[in-house]
Design a protein around this ligand. Structure first.
Ligand code: ADP
Length: 558
């Protein structure tokens, strides 16, 4: 006996050999609210029942031809074994002959008929509900498999859209992903049941009008069976996608919204219920995991590509450095062998050879230091040592006085502010720039080091020369590793192409920028801007060839 549950009405097919008794039973059933199809006698009774697809089949055991067991078998074959069957027995009939869900003796008692039919229909409805749940769960299970099978973003979003629509028996499905930079919700290809054009139209800025509509993060998922007239939805989107009934749930992790999952237009014009919302929420939960996996996978791919690039650059670096080390080593070895094997070399020549050995050794030490410094800064393992610097005397100290015929001038206003920087590294930058100015001005000429304040927080240092200058098309590359100007004049002068790259790493490590302005044959100006206090300056730079755009002259501070 089923208590406390609402009576359930259904469609009953009735087969009885006695038309009058059959009609009496049909009347009782109709009075209880059921729809009744009385099957006409004849050879086609089995087919007649199948065609009507009832929720319950009532048949009298006395039906003569075809015999009831064969009718029951046929009906079950046609409509499945779930169809409940109630057999009416005459007083004398044995109960075991026919495979039925219920038996009832005639003449039937109205209350008992009502009870039995009600309980069979209820069980049938419960079974169908269960079947639907199983289908839904199977759908969910399939979705989780789809995630691991999907290859790439488009395939994944396509799978999610289709599977969500299938699980919720909808004609359309779409994943929208939140573009954090543009602050837009963007429909993802492929949608299900939507054209490419429609999916392309499915995008909106979240900070505009949507603020006054439904907030999926705060208010949770949404069900609407009159989408086009629903003020909680954006009318352009519902119109463009031609949505009638919709279910939308957010894919979230904590307060973060990854995007939305939308299914729309129930099959056969039906409507969505709150129960469907729960199912969509479960699907959205799975989809969130899949979308996060995809993001992780893509990040991993990017990191991997970057690592490969680092690896390539590193190998190239090692190869070039090995070559640069070998050159002075061969010279040292050659002179040492000469001195060892030729006892008759005059003392002056010997001293000359030894001076060359010492200068080549110094070059080697410099190269080793540069290489080590680059590796440390690139790996983020270099610790700058900050101290206060009075730029005037500091620059005077670094100027290579008396090393060449060039006149070197310092142009710095009196009472110039002190700055905080790494003194050794800044010295390295200034020495490099002034030595380059001398080196690449083989015809002599003046070299000026100029200091100026920029705003209240920065200083600019410029090194001017009147030397070879740099062809315009090669300027962009100069601050990268091993880049040397490829003209005959430049290549005649020895160098490694590491100095300016190191300058750039050091200046950017101070939170500053370095640049060059030059005209071929007229001279160059190398400039750098440094914060007054490098400790507090924000260091946006992470040293790497691949990720850093070419330095250019920075805009004047306003
Ligand atoms: P190196 O001088 O060891 O080759 P750098 O990195 O210091 O390496 O300089 C890179 C290249 O830039 C040099 O090879 C040279 O061609 C060019 N260069 C640097 N400074 C100047 C300058 N003041 N005038 C002209 N060319 C320069």
């Amino acid at each position: 006996m089923i208590l406390g549950r609402a009576p359930i009405a259904g469609h009953v097919a009735l087969l009885h050999p006695d038309a009058e008794r059959g009609e009496a039973i049909a009347r009782l059933l109709r009075a209880a609210g059921h729809r009744v199809s009385v099957i006409e006698r004849g050879r086609r009774v089995t087919q007649g029942v199948i065609e009507r697809a009832p929720d319950l089949f009532i048949v009298s055991a006395a039906y003569p031809d075809p015999p009831v067991p064969s009718v029951v078998r046929g009906v079950r074959q046609g409509l499945g074994h779930d169809l409940p069957i109630l057999v009416l027995l005459d007083q004398g009939d044995p109960e075991t002959l026919i495979e039925a869900d219920e038996m009832l003796r005639e003449p039937v008692d109205a209350a008992e008929l009502d009870l039995r039919v009600g309980s069979l229909l209820r069980a049938q409805a419960d079974r169908r509900l269960l079947q639907r749940k199983v289908q839904e769960l199977l759908g969910l299970y399939k979705i989780s498999w789809a995630f691991s099978l999907a290859g790439g973003a488009e395939a994944l979003y396509g799978h999610l859209a289709r599977q969500s629509a299938e699980v919720l028996r909808a004609q359309k499905g779409l994943v929208l992903i939140f573009d954090r930079e543009r602050r837009q919700m963007v429909g993802q290809h492929h949608g299900f049941g939507l054209s490419r054009e429609q999916v392309s139209l499915a995008r909106y800025a979240v900070d505009g009008e949507p603020r006054s509509r439904w907030n999926f993060r705060k208010n949770g998922p949404l069900v609407s069976n009159k989408a086009q007239a629903d003020s909680r939805l954006l009318p352009e989107i519902t119109a463009d996608l031609d949505l009638h009934s919709v279910l939308i749930a957010a894919m979230t992790r904590g307060p973060q919204v990854h995007g939305l999952l939308l299914v729309a237009d129930r099959l056969e014009g039906g409507s969505f219920t709150d129960e469907d919302l729960n199912l969509l929420l479960a699907v959205a939960g799975q989809a969130t995991v899949a979308v996060e996996n995809l993001h992780l996978h893509e990040e991993l791919k990017r990191a991997n590509a970057l690592l490969q690039e680092y690896d390539r650059v590193k190998s190239e670096f090692v190869a070039i450095v090995a070559h640069d080390f070998r050159k002075p080593l061969m010279a040292i070895r050659g002179f040492a062998e000469l001195v060892l094997e030729e006892p008759d070399i005059p003392i002056e020549a010997r001293q000359e050879f030894m001076r060359t050995v010492i200068s080549e050794t110094e070059q080697l030490a410099l190269l080793a230091n540069d290489t080590l410094l680059i590796t440390q800064i690139e790996a983020g393992q270099f610790e700058f040592r900050w101290s206060e610097i009075d730029l005037g005397p500091f620059i005077l100290d670094t100027m290579p006085m008396g090393l060449s015929d060039h006149s070197v001038l310092l142009d710095i206003p009196p009472q110039f502010p002190r700055i905080v920087a790494d003194a050794n590294r800044l010295r390295q930058v200034l020495t490099n720039l002034t030595m380059n100015a001398i080196k690449y001005s083989p015809g002599g000429g003046s070299i000026t080091v100029r200091c100026r304040e920029r705003g209240t927080q920065h200083v600019v240092i410029e090194v001017d020369d009147h030397g070879l200058g740099i062809p315009q098309e090669q300027i962009g590359l100069l601050f990268q590793k091993f880049q040397r100007v490829r003209t005959e004049d430049h290549l005649r002068i020895s160098g490694t192409g590491l100095g300016l790259y190191i300058c750039r790493l050091i200046v950017e490590g101070h939170g500053g920028q370095i640049w060059v302005e030059s005209e071929r044959g007229k001279g160059s100006t190398f400039g750098l801007v440094l914060p007054i206090d490098a400790r507090t300056a924000q260091k946006t730079h992470k040293a790497s060839d691949a990720s850093v755009p070419e330095p250019s002259k920075p805009a004047t501070e306003s």
